[in-house]
Design a protein around this ligand. Structure first.
Ligand code: F6P
Length: 557
């Protein structure tokens, strides 16, 4: 592996010519861009700013940018050496400089023999993948059986990157889940999470998967201890059969008592790990074939990221757009709105991916950054979000770009067993779902003028509230940005591509900002303080603590 600091050759983004050009462009035009005008001026805008990547079609025409913005952003990419840095990442150079590691999640989904990383890595990956998938198929073959050891329930214990990916994928691909397996995910150190689940399980038919890259995470070990306690209290004896670990630390797992393990490597970041052994619950739920399809979809996006020219490279364009929206348009957050109930965990997954990766305040050399980095990512599936926070998106004081994710054709479990009438009813619901997404994007962009609002208000005006006042409440400013990602179907392959797209997009904005997108030192302080405070809750010792913490400890005791 190349141990050269990857940043050395490239200027910091705010010291480039393109950055200054973007600043000038934002001041002169950016804040004045009106989407309605842009579409009037360029009837081809929708087509011009849409792009087909593997499995994902993207419409970027409703973002606040124009041809000149894009040109400057592509210049920025060149000046910051984005293509060379992408190539270094994919080759397995040290991308995570503060931990001296590569970030080779792409190797986890590359076919046998593929590069550009070392052949040895590929061999390790495929050996472990084959072993894990064989194990999963073994469990699936006897799922729901009545012999002791036949599995009905799988309890996945992990947190953060060792939870969010598998949980999101299993929910998203519900139609593919083995009909005689129930998947449960326990993450919170709050014992109420696991306590609510255990009474519903039978020890002899339950498989616990303890997932932790480090095998030191407080929450995961606490839940694993409780699970083991419950298992033995229920008369369970065969821990090796009912507890499986997925970790880079197989020796630590064995010392903890989990001896059946599937491994991965320190060059797999936690939030990039669902393609590794951490994806075991995905393989258990969906089977080896679907798991391989998930990997293949991600790999197709990896190839697109590696090979497509900058101006036709979706992860590159999205990452650059993120920089534009954050640093030049000043948008502090983005809303992810999957119009797919199956993707209800995607916003949570993306929160970790984006904010743990790019929520940094210093560059790779440790220099404080004078510009903003990660935005806040949040969201809920449509249409539920419409009845909660869309009011703010349409009429609030902040502009929040919205990312619509649409699935053209839904997938239902046991679809063939549905009656024609039920199928027709569900088809209508899907059309309603799509129409809602289209309407929201349209309303955000087009808005409603005060004249339109006034003519409507005339009908509802009362002597107490004049129609001009009502009209002001009913005016929508419009010109609110959004983008749309469209999948034909939510298949394992499409989901793999969608997730890989977001991984690469996050890397791109992080690379422009010159930060290390692969470490997460910001989570460490709280963990260390917790170790100090935990015994104090028992002892009541508040010496040396700040007054607010001391007061709370006293009240909690
Ligand atoms: O919260 C920080 C973090 O280190 C994440 O980056 C990681 O995904 C999570 O904790 C879980 O860590 P582990 O897999 O080691 O249990």
């Amino acid at each position: 592996m190349n141990r050269d600091a990857p940043m050395a050759a490239w200027p910091r983004c705010d010291r480039t010519v393109a950055w200054s050009a973007l600043q000038g462009h934002a001041e002169a035009h950016g804040h004045a861009l009106d989407l309605r005008q842009l579409f009037t001026d360029d009837p081809q805008r929708a087509q011009r700013l849409s792009l087909q990547a593997p499995e994902v079609w993207a419409d970027l025409s409703r973002a606040h940018w124009d041809v000149a913005t894009r040109r400057h952003l592509l210049d920025l990419a060149r000046e910051c050496g984005l293509e060379a840095r992408r190539d270094a990442l994919l080759r397995g150079d040290i991308a995570n400089v503060t931990e001296g590691r590569a970030a080779l999640h792409t190797a986890l989904r590359a076919p046998k023999g593929a590069g550009p990383f070392s052949a040895h890595i590929g061999e390790q990956v495929h050996a472990e993948l084959d072993r894990m998938l064989a194990f999963a198929e073994g469990i699936r073959a006897r799922a729901g059986g009545e012999q002791p050891g036949d599995i009905h329930d799988i309890v996945h214990i992990g947190i953060g990157g060792s939870d969010l990916g598998p949980q999101m994928v299993v929910a998203a691909l519900g139609a593919w889940v083995h009909p005689r397996l129930r998947l449960h995910f326990v993450s919170n150190v709050d014992g109420q999470d696991i306590a609510a689940l255990l009474p519903r399980l039978k020890a002899q038919h339950t498989l616990f998967v303890v997932a932790s890259k480090t095998f030191t995470t407080q929450e995961t070990l606490a839940n694993a201890r409780t699970a083991r306690q419950w298992f033995t209290e229920q008369g369970g004896t065969d821990i090796a059969r009912h507890f499986v670990g997925t970790t880079t630390q197989v020796t630590t797992a064995a010392a903890f008592g989990v001896t059946t393990t599937f491994g991965f490597w320190d060059w797999v970041g936690g939030r990039f790990s669902m393609w590794s052994a951490i994806g075991l619950p995905i393989a258990l739920a969906l089977g080896a074939e679907a798991f391989r399809e998930l990997l293949a979809g991600a790999h197709a996006m990896d190839r697109h990221f590696a090979n497509a020219p900058l101006d036709a490279n979706l992860p590159m364009l999205l990452g650059l757009l993120d920089v534009w929206q954050r640093n030049f348009m000043g948008y502090r957050s983005r809303c992810v709105a999957p119009y797919s109930q199956n993707l209800h965990r995607l916003p949570a997954y993306l929160q970790q991916l984006v904010m743990e990766s790019n929520g940094k305040g210093v560059d790779v050399d440790g220099q404080p950054l004078p510009y903003a980095t990660s935005d806040v990512v949040w969201g809920e599936p449509g249409t539920n979000g419409q009845h909660a926070f869309f009011q703010m998106l349409h009429q609030g004081s902040d502009v929040v770009p919205v990312e619509f994710i649409l699935v053209r054709q839904p997938s239902y479990r046991d679809a063939e067993a549905l009656s024609p009438a039920l199928r027709a009813s569900l088809a209508q619901q899907h059309q309603a779902l799509l129409a809602n997404a289209l309407a929201q994007a349209q309303a955000l962009m087009c808005g409603k003028t005060s004249e339109q609002a006034l003519s409507e208000a005339a009908a509802t005006a009362s002597p107490e509230v004049p129609c001009e006042v009502i009209a002001r409440h009913r005016t929508f400013p419009g010109n609110r940005p959004s983008l749309t990602l469209l999948l034909d179907r939510l298949t394992p392959s499409a989901l793999g591509a969608l997730v890989a797209l977001h991984e690469h997009r996050t890397f791109v904005s992080g690379a422009v900002w010159g930060i290390n997108s692969f470490d997460q030192w910001g989570v460490e302080l709280g963990k260390a303080l917790c170790q100090d405070l935990l015994p104090r809750l028992d002892s009541g010792d508040v010496s040396g603590l700040d007054a607010a913490t001391a007061q709370l400890i006293t009240r909690l005791r």
